[in-house]
Ligand binder design. Structure first.
Ligand SMILES: Nc1ncnc2c1ncn2[C@@H]1O[C@H](COP(=O)(O)OP(=O)(O)O)[C@@H](O)[C@H]1O
Ligand SMILES: [Mg+2]
Length: 250
């Protein structure tokens, strides 16, 4: 099962969500994390920079005949295809490179219960690839009008790929992140989005604990002092994993 996190806007929590889903799923399942963003934030959350040396990175998906070999991480249930510097130039390759990457990703996913793909904040060949192989696309969104306007282009891209390249894709799920529960504007936009789209519960409040936890290479629920963020992020990850048949509701 392949789950892709996508939004062409940066800073909405794609990588934070990818990391949390990977950590949560790995409590019970074998997970492969794929980092397609050259900023390598997901990679940095899962391994130390020095650990990557000598290992294949995800740009090889687009350029090599054989699927690249994922690397181990300190968590025995999490393997990683780390981001590499060459990723940006993959967007200049043609569609046949995307088809090759799609085939490689599907083959790699077969050895895991879940593959989570983190994407760059741009519409391009990498986003096409990540959407075309996904069973589920999850779109994190900040409930502010400018970011809601921007999401139309991701939705158009998802719809186009769903029609042309990936007819087994499930309807996109949305996650509201960086919410200020005191801001009436956030509540109102959140409710408007929820009327039109499938928004997973709960909404995620802004909390400094999120960045701190990721810098410590762990999810917020493994920090001792972040009870509210811990509860929200864990419940949200459970919701998405249950909806996709990967965890059982209890
Ligand atoms: N709910 C949240 N509260 C506070 N900070 C958050 C939250 N979600 C994400 N962040 C932080 O905001 C920044 C941008 O998030 P990130 O996941 O990197 O976004 P993207 O991958 O979409 O660019 C990161 O420093 C991240 O740790
Ligand atoms: Mg990111």
């Amino acid at each position: 099962m392949i789950l892709t996190i996508s939004n062409n806007k940066g800073g909405v929590g794609k990588t934070a969500l990818a990391a949390h889903l990977v950590f949560r799923a790995a409590e019970q399942l074998r997970v492969l994390a794929v980092d397609l963003d050259s900023q390598a934030n997901l990679t940095a959350t899962l391994i130390e920079r020095s650990e990557k040396r000598g290992h294949a990175s995800s740009d090889a998906l687009f350029t090599e005949e054989e699927p690249p070999q994922p690397m181990r991480t300190p968590d025995p249930n999490i393997d990683l295809l780390p981001a590499g510097k060459a990723l940006n130039s993959t967007d200049r390759l043609n569609l046949s490179a995307a088809f090759q990457a799609i085939a490689h990703l599907k083959k790699l996913a077969g050895a895991y219960d879940l593959m989570v793909i983190d994407t760059p904040p741009a519409i391009g060949l990498r986003m096409t690839t990540a959407l075309a192989c996904a069973r589920q696309v999850v779109v994190p969104l900040v409930p502010e009008s400018y970011s809601v306007d921007g999401v139309a282009s991701v939705l158009a891209e998802i719809a186009s790929i769903g029609e042309n390249l990936n007819t087994s894709m499930r309807p996109a799920q949305f996650v509201l992140n960086l919410v200020n529960p005191q801001a009436r504007q956030h509540r109102r936009i959140g409710e408007q989005i929820s009327e039109r789209f499938a928004v997973a519960q709960p909404w995620l409040s802004r909390s400094v604990a999120v960045a701190e936890a990721l810098a410590e290479r762990r999810p917020v629920w493994r920090r001792p002092t972040s009870a509210k963020a811990a509860q929200q992020w864990r419940a949200l990850c459970d919701r998405l994993l249950i909806d996709n048949g990967l965890l059982r509701a209890n």
